[in-house]
Design a protein around this ligand. Sequence first.
Ligand SMILES: [Zn+2]
Length: 607
Amino acid sequence: MITSLLVSALLATGAAACRNVVAPGTDDGPGGTTTDAPTFLSEVNATALRLSNEANQAGWVQNTFITPDTEAMAARSNEALITAVTRYAKSAAGYDNVEGPADVRRQLNVLKNALTMAAPADQKETAELTQLVASMEGEYGRGKFCGDGESGEDCLDIEEITEILAKDRDPARVRAAWEGWHTISPPMKKSYARFVELSNKGAKELGFADTGAMWRSKYDMPPDEFSKELDRLWEQLRPFYLSLHTYVRAKLRAKYGDVVPADGPMPAHLLGNIWAQDWTNIYDIVGPAGGGRAASLTDTLRVRKVTPVEMTRFGERFFTSLGFDALPQTFWERSLFVKPRDREVVCHASAWNINNVDDLRMKMCIDQTEEDFRVIHHELGHNFYSRAYNQQPVIFRDGANDGFHEAIGDTIALSVTPEYLVKVGLLDRAPDASGDIRLLLRAALERLAFLPFGLVVDQWRWRVFSGEVTPDRYNSAWWELRERYQGVRPPSPRGEDHFDPGAKYHVPANTPYSRYFLASVLQFQFHRALAKEAACATPLHRCSIYGSAPAGKRLQATLAMGQSRPWPDALEALTGQRQMDATAMADYFAPLKTWLDEQNKGQKVGW
Ligand SMILES: [Zn+2]
């Protein structure tokens, strides 16, 4: 996840700082003073920067020290930003028929589509809306499961529940932990329904059908076409997902028996992750037998006592090997790398550029695990991206689309291959090709398994925002979608007294989710192109672009564009293609698909 100008701007806007900035066609102020577009934009760029920086500062403190006061302060600065951006976005819509240089025209278009949450014109409602989001996020951050008669230290926080889901193999305890985590969200349900009402009101005032349509409008194509693009990409990979699902189900059934059906959806709590969005943790159950247990990166990190800061240094060195400048000293001084013991923090990893220039920070409760080693690369991708485009006008300081922002760090993480780990001294010897299926299976359990969940979260919210799913069907609609796309079912019936979507961070925090699906697809497309640039002679899954200046140059040029061009231009600069293409992911995993289909002989594929 990233918190940057765009994200904050989307969340909030400065309190109508410039009364004289009134676009043609708006009804602000007597007589409607008109300002020419370049003057309007320079005012927007200056004010958005100031308010975004303030919101970042308050947000950083809130995230790293959750108290009612920091929540109130973060809500206030977000409210200021949201009000201003909403006002600017409305004003920008008033310039729709104004001709101008391409650069000016694009800034106006981007601005018009900049919001994740639009505040209603009514100030009281705006305050309520921002307060709702801050309190839901805080509620999630403080979320704990207390069993019967338990309190305080006995209660489990998300870190501990994550650990149980990952490691415990007792189905009863895993189920209790899964159900326990889902007790944090029912209190948010009412807030969420109200939040939907208010944010839709704001979106309508901006001319969008609802908040979901507003989210889909920011991809340089009509909202409906964007939905179709996602369907097209998913169809490219769905047969592959079905193969993986079928294989994993058979292995789980062998382990757990009838609780896992032979041909139906899998129980959602047995996949090693609270949301069944990443199955890496059950590799020990589903991995092929024999071949011994290769030393994992997690083992190495623990044995060698590689600290969270040192783990982050490895990530930094990958980027510098490609020609990027090192991270600023302040990054090391101001970031949060470990979970503090004396206060509540939002542990969900995020990357920040506080001043939208070079005050880069990462906030993460790092564990010495392979997973977190990769997450560090993910977050640093945001940091390096946000610094690369810091020369652009403020409005353009964002990813080509939000999928790009999420994909960059993961693209680098795809280059964390055994050969790379040998090169940097984290592995003694790279396994030969006979171990490739294991590597690919492990990667597929993370990335391929994620794809349908990457669709579900926004499929649900698009329906909620449009009114197709009303509060009395929140939970049933959630599970219908999860069964349809992921092929999973809850361990026990879940009525409407539950609010299971709220147990996923991005829902209470109101962060759009399609970006993660796009990122999953894009990272392989990026990797395939950069591997070619780096003249990799190995199969895609064994290629690391570490140290490749030509690959680094191409990457840097794309990142520096920010959002100044439509994303197909940025995609072309990086890959030579103008269309998103999931075949790169299929290419990467091709040997695994063949292998899975052999394993699945005689099984019913799908559910
Ligand atoms: Zn991210």
